[in-house]
Design a protein around this ligand. Structure first.
Ligand code: PLP
Length: 383
């Protein structure tokens, strides 16, 4: 047996290397929390919120329990509910549309751009018309900054303000990315992000944050975060939830933020190497000029005629994992089939769901390992 010659499996996302790199500083941060025992609303939560605000230029940051809660809390704070329509891309993680349905409003799914995978402003316009035709009141749009790259905020924002909709940016996958020189976190009324461990800035459990420049709105969000409490703790003034970020997770994130820029640079190097090694055999992801990506995913489109299952199996046999984000767009999923889609349909979302596949991507992917991935992908595309 030549088992010893089989190279080790490549991690899809390498949280272990990052953990080793941060080792002692994380241990010390956790120990500090264990020493002061303020597990809820400890000093690290406020410190992290201030650091995140300084990092992305937002005036106010409200830490919360997950990216899903971040989205949900904004809709709750704005009183979005039955009869309201919220426009969302269909090619996204389900939380984007899920929160709309959770508050009793109607998600109206719109199509995305074939190159950036982000919301198509023309389909967004058609979606608003669709919502009105159905007797719904369009109140908000949730552009998603998918796979690490910003949506076209100028185009989306212009349509939203002309139509009187507020913008809730879903930057769960893209905190740290820039759009025309500005970091995400400052577009629209509010931005939601996630610190799920696999995200570019992830904690060691669930976590999220809302970023906004509106001081009054930030106060409302803080109330929603704790059961809608008012100035008198036992006179709740609105319906809220338990949406707090744990002190422990905040302490971990403070440490992770110190290496975040360095990790983003490393992810960009990995993305450049993939592009160089693969662009002649398949469609590699494109970053819009003037913008930067944090590469939450490196998602390629397979050429026509390449069977995706076979492609994935060929790579797997060589110890190279892949993932499909997303094999079904939201409007194709069982729970969401009944919700409206923008007039003209969502052909791009549907075709992406049929041919995208994501390759291993993280800041610790060394050149030799990446060469192995590139070689395997090139081989699998040819067979
Ligand atoms: C686009 C998008 N929105 C929202 C979320 C929800 O974040 P969380 O898992 O922290 O609730 C995710 C997480 O995967 C996401 O990718």
């Amino acid at each position: 047996m030549n088992q010893h010659l089989t190279p080790p499996p490549v991690p899809f996302i390498d949280v272990v290397s990052q953990r080793e790199r941060l080792g002692k500083s994380i241990d010390e941060a956790v120990s500090r929390v264990l020493a002061h025992c303020q597990f809820i609303n400890g000093p690290e939560v406020g410190e992290l919120e201030a650091r995140l605000a300084a990092y992305c230029g937002a005036k106010h940051v409200v830490g919360c329990a997950s990216g899903t809660d971040a989205l949900l809390m904004v809709l709750m704070a704005k009183g979005v509910g039955p009869g309201d329509a919220v426009l969302c891309p269909s090619f996204t993680f389900c939380a984007t549309g899920e929160v709309v349905a959770l508050v009793g409003a109607t998600p109206v799914f719109v199509d995305v751009d074939a190159t950036t995978f982000n919301m198509d402003a023309e389909s967004f316009k058609r979606g608003i018309a669709t919502a009105r035709r159905l007797g719904l009141k369009p109140v908000a749009v949730i552009p998603v900054d998918l796979f690490g790259q910003s949506a076209d905020h100028d185009a989306i924002g212009a349509v939203a303000s002309a139509e009187g909709l507020f913008v809730l940016d879903d930057a769960a996958q893209s905190f740290g990315a820039t759009y025309k020189g500005r970091r995400l976190g400052t577009f629209g009324l509010a931005t939601a992000t996630s610190f799920f461990p696999a995200k570019p800035l992830g904690c060691f459990g669930d976590g999220g944050a809302i970023l906004t420049d509106d001081a009054e709105f930030a106060e409302t969000l803080r109330s929603v975060r704790v059961h809608g409490q008012g100035s008198d703790k036992y006179d709740n003034v609105r319906i809220g939830l338990t949406g707090r970020l744990d002190t422990m997770q905040a302490a971990i994130l403070i440490e992770k933020l110190t290496i975040f820029e360095d990790e983003i640079a490393a992810r960009n190097k990995v993305a450049d190497r993939y592009a160089q090694g693969l662009r002649d055999v398949l469609a590699v992801p494109q970053v819009v000029r003037g913008c930067t990506s944090v590469w939450a995913q490196y998602t390629i489109r397979l050429p026509k005629g390449v069977d995706r299952d076979r492609f994935a199996a060929t790579l797997k046999a060589q110890g190279i994992p892949t993932s499909i984000y997303y094999p079904k767009s939201m409007h194709q999923q069982t729970a969401y089939r009944g919700f409206p889609v923008a007039d003209g349909g969502l052909p791009v979302s549907e075709s992406l769901s049929g041919d995208v596949i994501s390759l291993p991507m993280h800041a610790y992917l060394d050149e030799a390992t990446q060469a192995r991935v590139i070689e395997a992908v090139r081989g699998a595309v040819r067979t």
